[in-house]
Design a protein around this ligand. Structure first.
Ligand code: MET
Ligand SMILES: [Zn+2]
Length: 766
C-alpha cells in the first residue's frame, strides 16, 4: 500500500489561535498552565484533523511556541551563557527568541535567520567550541505520547544532527578554526537517546529533516552524514528512519546518506521534478521513496492527473510498498484552510488549496494508487474542472500589461547619471547634515490602529472616520520625529496591515484571503496576497498620504514603497508564467507610483527590497540568472526619476556579503540595511570598497523590545565608522518599528538621534 504522509502542519491554527495564546502569555494575561494546556489542545486538534482526513503518517513535534530550531537548541542545552542566570523553562526559552528586559535583567535575543529560501525565520544556534550537550527537555517524546494518548500514532519530526549543526554558528569568541560540525560526535548520543526513548514509547517511524542536503556541500561532509546515519539507524530495529530533504534537488549529495541503512528518503518533486528518475535508479531496494508532489510553498490546487502520473512512475519502479505520497515540504509555509475564506468567489476558491486541502489532495492520490482511479473519480473530475477554468479564465490576461511588457527599452533600467553626480545634486537639493538620521518606515501598529482598520473592513466606521484617525496618527508620528530632530521623516505606514498586502490590495491581478496567514517568525504571521493574473496599477496608492505627511512639516518626508522582488517573494505567485515576467509587471506598476510621488514634490523615495536575498536560489549555479532579473526589476521600478530625487532601498534579515555586487548594481542612492543581529559581518564588504553608495547599517535590533542605550549606540557607530566613510553614513534602526510599542520606540529613537548629533558635533569641532 502507498502511504499518504505529511511533513509538518501549519502551527498557527485556522484563526491564528496559537499566536493569540502565546502573545497573551507574553503580556501576562494568562499563566504558564493556561499556555501549556491551550497548546496541547491545539496540537490535538491538528492531529485529529489530519487523521480524519485519512492521512497515514501524521507528524508530531512540528509544533513550536516560536521556532523548531530554537526548540532543538533548548532541548540539547545549547543555551548561550548570557541566558544562564534566567529561570530555566519558558523564561529562558523566550529570552533566547526575543531578548529579555526586566528588573535587573537585560539580555539580547539570539540571531534570527531566514529558513532557506522561505520567509520563515529560525533562531540561529550558537555553539561553543567546548559545547556540552545535555538532554534538557524532551518535547518530542512528550508530544508523541500526547498524540498516542488520544489514539493517534504519529511520526515525530526532528531536525537532523548534521543540518542542525550546519545551521548554527560559533559562539562569539570561539577559536577561528572552530566549526560547529566538529561537535557531531558529542551531539549524536543525544539523538540516540531520543530515538531510543521514542522507540520505547512505541514510535515506528521518525522523520529526520536534513534540509542542508539540498545545499552545495563540501564532499568532506559525507563522513559526517555517514557516521550520523550509521549510528542512528542502529538505535532500534523498531524505529524506521525517513530522511527528509526539501526546497531543492538533493543532487549528488544523495551519496552522503544513501549507503547508510536508512529506511526512506523524501525528495521535493515540485522544485525539482527532474530528480525523480535518477533517484529511482539510485535507490537501494531497502529504501522507500517519499514523493514531494503537492506544493508546500504555494496555494494553487494541484493538477492531480499530473501528480498521479509521477507517482505512478515511482510505483512502477519500486512497488507500492515503497512509495509515500507527500507535500514537497512541511505545510508550515501554507495557510490553514480555504474553508475559512468566506468572501472569495467560487471560481477563485476552486483554484486554491491551503494545508487542509493539500492533505485532501495527498489522500486522493494515494487512494487512486491503492484502490484504483475509479475510487476517486468524482474528486478527480472536480479537480480537472478547476485546472481547466484557471487555464482559460479571462480574468488572468490583460492586453495592456502585455503590450507594456513588450515595449521595455534598455534606458528604463538605468539612472540618468552616475551616483557621484546624483549625490552632488541631491546634496544641494536636500541639504542634509552629516550622519543623517532616518527610520526604515513603519511606526508602532498599536491596538487602536489595527482595530480601526478591522472596523473599516467590517464597515463599522466610515472611510472619512478612518482617514481622520490615520491623519491624526501621521501627525503624531511627524511631530514626534520633529521633536527628536530626525532628518528624514516617515509617515509611519499606519494604513498598512503589511508592506506587501497593502500594495497587493491596490493593484490589479491580486486577490486577498481573509485567513491565509503564514508564520514568519515567532508569533508573527504574514498573509501573502495572491498574484493570480497580470499586474497593473489602476490609480495612485500612496501619493495622497505622503503628500499629507509632507504638508505637516518643513523637514523631508520619505515616500515608502515595496519593491517588485519583495512583492513577488512575499506573495503567493502564479505558476503559469516565469517569475521574472511577473516581477517586471510589478516593477512597472511601482514605477508609475514612484513617478507620481516625484511629481507631487517628494524628493526622497524608499523602495524596500528586504526579500531580494531570500529569493536567491539555494544552489549557486542558479544565482546569476536570478540576480540578473531581480536587480533589473528593481532598476525598472526606480530609474525613471530625476537625478536629484534620492532613491532609498532597505534590506534585512540575511547575510548580504555574497550578493554585494548585485546590491551595488541596484544603484540605490541610499541603502538602509539590517546588520545588528549579524555581528557587523556585513561591514567587511565596505572595507573592501565593494559598495560605494550611501548606507545606513542598522544601529540596533528592532526585533526585540529592549531599548539600546546611547553608550551602546555610540560603540556601534564608532565600530561602523571604521568601515564606512563618514560622508556615506546614515544613522537608523535596522528595520521598521511596526511590531514595537511607542514607549520603547520613543526612547530608542531619541537615543539614536542624540548619538548622531553628538557625532556630528564632534566632527564639526575637529
Ligand atoms: C521587513 S522590511 C520593512 C520595511 C518597511 N518599510 C517597514 O518599515 O516596516
Ligand atoms: Zn526590514
Amino acid at each position: 500500500m502507498v502511504i499518504a504522509t505529511n511533513l509538518g502542519f501549519p502551527r498557527m491554527g485556522a484563526k491564528r489561535e496559537l499566536k493569540r495564546l502565546v502573545e497573551n502569555f507574553w503580556a501576562g494575561k494568562i499563566d504558564e498552565n493556561a499556555l501549556l494546556s491551550g497548546a496541547k489542545k491545539h496540537r490535538e486538534e491538528h492531529w485529529s484533523l489530519q487523521k480524519n482526513a485519512g492521512l497515514d503518517h501524521i507528524p508530531s513535534n512540528d509544533f513550536s511556541f516560536y521556532d523548531q530550531v530554537v526548540d532543538h537548541s533548548y532541548a540539547f542545552g545549547v543555551i548561550p551563557a548570557r541566558y544562564k542566570n534566567l529561570k530555566p523553562g519558558l523564561e529562558t526559552y523566550f529570552a533566547m527568541c526575543r531578548g529579555l528586559q526586566k528588573s535587573g535583567v537585560d539580555v539580547e535575543a539570539c540571531e534570527m535567520k531566514k529558513w532557506f529560501d522561505t520567509n520563515y525565520h529560525y533562531i540561529v544556534p550558537e555553539f561553543d567550541s567546548n559545547q556540552q550537550f545535555n538532554l534538557n527537555a524532551t518535547k518530542i517524546i512528550t508530544e508523541y505520547n500526547e498524540a498516542k494518548a488520544v489514539g493517534i500514532q504519529t511520526r515525530p519530526v526532528i531536525l537532523g544532527p548534521v543540518s542542525y549543526l550546519l545551521l548554527g554558528k560559533p559562539a562569539r569568541g570561539s577559536p577561528q578554526e572552530f566549526e560547529p560540525i566538529q561537535l557531531l560526535s558529542k551531539l549524536l548520543p543525544l539523538y540516540e537517546e531520543i530515538l531510543c526513548k521514542l522507540a520505547e514509547a512505541g514510535a515506528t517511524w521518525i522523520q529526520i529533516d536534513e534540509p542542508c542536503l539540498i545545499r552545495d556541500l563540501p564532499p568532506t561532509l559525507k563522513d559526517e552524514y555517514t557516521s550520523a546515519y550509521n549510528a542512528l539507524t542502529k538505535v532500534s530495529p523498531k524505529l524506521k528512519i525517513l530522511i527528509a530533504t526539501y526546497f531543492e534537488r538533493i543532487g549528488t549529495n544523495i551519496d552522503f546518506i544513501i549507503d547508510t541503512p536508512i529506511n526512506a528518503i523524501h525528495i521535493d518533486l515540485v522544485r525539482s521534478p527532474g530528480q525523480l528518475e535518477p533517484i529511482l535508479k539510485r535507490l537501494p531496494s531497502t529504501v522507500s521513496l517519499s514523493l514531494g508532489l503537492i506544493n508546500g510553498r504555494n496555494i494553487w490546487t494541484a493538477n492531480l492527473d499530473d501528480a498521479l502520473a509521477e507517482a505512478q512512475k515511482a510505483v512502477t519502479a519500486l512497488g507500492s510498498e515503497r512509495v509515500f505520497i507527500a507535500p514537497s515540504c512541511s505545510l508550515l509555509h501554507t495557510p490553514h484552510s480555504v474553508q475559512n475564506e468566506k468572501k472569495m468567489d467560487s471560481e477563485m476558491l476552486g483554484w486554491l488549496s491551503f494545508a487542509v486541502e493539500k492533505i485532501h489532495e495527498l489522500v486522493i492520490i494515494s487512494k487512486a494508487l491503492n484502490c484504483g482511479v475509479d475510487s476517486v473519480q468524482a474528486e478527480l473530475d472536480v479537480n480537472r474542472k478547476s485546472i481547466q477554468s484557471r487555464r482559460t479564465s479571462s480574468r488572468i490576461h490583460d492586453p495592456i500589461v502585455q503590450e507594456k511588457m513588450k515595449s521595455l527599452t534598455p534606458d528604463m533600467f538605468k539612472r540618468k547619471s552616475p551616483f557621484r553626480e546624483r549625490q552632488q545634486k541631491q546634496k544641494q537639493k536636500l541639504g542634509l547634515p552629516l550622519f543623517p538620521t532616518t527610520t526604515v518606515g513603519s511606526f508602532p501598529q498599536t491596538k487602536e490602529v489595527r482595530s480601526i482598520r478591522a472596523k473599516l473592513k467590517k464597515g463599522d466606521v466610515t472611510l472619512a472616520q478612518y482617514d481622520e484617525f490615520m491623519n491624526k496618527e501621521i501627525e503624531k508620528c511627524i511631530r514626534f520625529q520633529e521633536g527628536i530632530d530626525m532628518d528624514v521623516l516617515v509617515h509611519g505606514e499606519f494604513e498598512r496591515n503589511d508592506m506587501v498586502e497593502f500594495f497587493g490590495e491596490n493593484l490589479q491581478g491580486y486577490v486577498h484571503s481573509e485567513n491565509g496567514w503564514v508564520q514568519s517568525y515567532g508569533s508573527r504571521c504574514t498573509k501573502p496576497p495572491i498574484i493570480f493574473g497580470d499586474v497593473s496599477r489602476p490609480k495612485p496608492m500612496t501619493v495622497e498620504v505622503i503628500k499629507y505627511a509632507q504638508s505637516l512639516t518643513k523637514k523631508l518626508v520619505k515616500g515608502m514603497l515595496t519593491g517588485p522582488v519583495t512583492m513577488l517573494q512575499w506573495s503567493f505567485v502564479r505558476d503559469d508564467q516565469p517569475r521574472k515576467d511577473t516581477t517586471y509587471q510589478l516593477a512597472l506598476a511601482i514605477l508609475q507610483e514612484v513617478q507620481d510621488l516625484e511629481a507631487a514634490g517628494i524628493s526622497v523615495i524608499q523602495i524596500d527590497e528586504p526579500a531580494i536575498r531570500e529569493g536567491l536560489p539555494i544552489r549557486k549555479e542558479d544565482w546569476n540568472e536570478y540576480l540578473q532579473w531581480a536587480v533589473d526589476a528593481f532598476l525598472l521600478s526606480s530609474c525613471g526619476v530625476d537625478c536629484s530625487t534620492q532613491i532609498h532601498t532597505h534590506m534585512c534579515y540575511s547575510d548580504f556579503n555574497d550578493i554585494i555586487e548585485a546590491i551595488q548594481r541596484l544603484d540605490a542612492d541610499v541603502i538602509t540595511i539590517e546588520n545588528s543581529r549579524s555581528d557587523l559581518k556585513l561591514l567587511n564588504a565596505f572595507e573592501k570598497r565593494e559598495y560605494t553608495n550611501e548606507i545606513g547599517p542598522g544601529l540596533y535590533d528592532i526585533h526585540s523590545p529592549r531599548v539600546p542605550s546611547t553608550e551602546e549606540l555610540k560603540t556601534r557607530l564608532k565600530e561602523i565608522l571604521k568601515y564606512i566613510p563618514k560622508n556615506l553614513l546614515w544613522v537608523n534602526p535596522d528595520c521598521g518599528l511596526k511590531t514595537r510599542g511607542w514607549k520603547e520606540v520613543e526612547a530608542a529613537l531619541k537615543n539614536l538621534t542624540d548619538v548622531a548629533k553628538e557625532f556630528r558635533a564632534a566632527e564639526a569641532g575637529c
